[in-house]
Design a protein. Structure first.
Length: 108
């Protein structure tokens, strides 16, 4: 007889560890709460570093001097305009939001 842990068994794919709602909560208060600012910027910096490493220079977004400071506000505005992003995996949300808000090659 199989053992069910946690009170139930889901046959679907597990939900993402972080989704758009988690990113929104972290970054929405970044301008007011130092801990949220640190969490938001750290998460974004980690994503950006990973994207540049794994995309081998073919990232869909480009940041110039001063853009990193604008990221939390830009990301919150983008998620607010795309409520469907709240349930999407955080990586997919960041990829799309950064591509739209910080496009490469003079597309701004």
């Amino acid at each position: 007889m199989p053992l069910l842990i946690g009170g139930g068994l889901s046959l679907g794919a597990p939900p993402p560890a972080n989704d758009g709602s988690v990113i929104l909560r972290m970054c929405k208060g970044a301008d007011k709460v130092k801990a949220l600012s640190t969490m938001c910027h750290s998460y974004l910096n980690g994503y950006i570093d990973a994207a540049h490493y794994f995309d081998k220079g073919k990232t869909t977004f480009c940041l110039v001097a001063g853009d990193k400071e604008k990221l939390p506000v830009a990301l919150v505005a983008w998620i607010d305009a795309h409520p469907e992003a709240l349930l999407q995996p955080a990586g997919a949300v960041l990829r799309q939001a950064l591509a739209e808000r910080f496009p490469c090659q003079g597309k701004r």
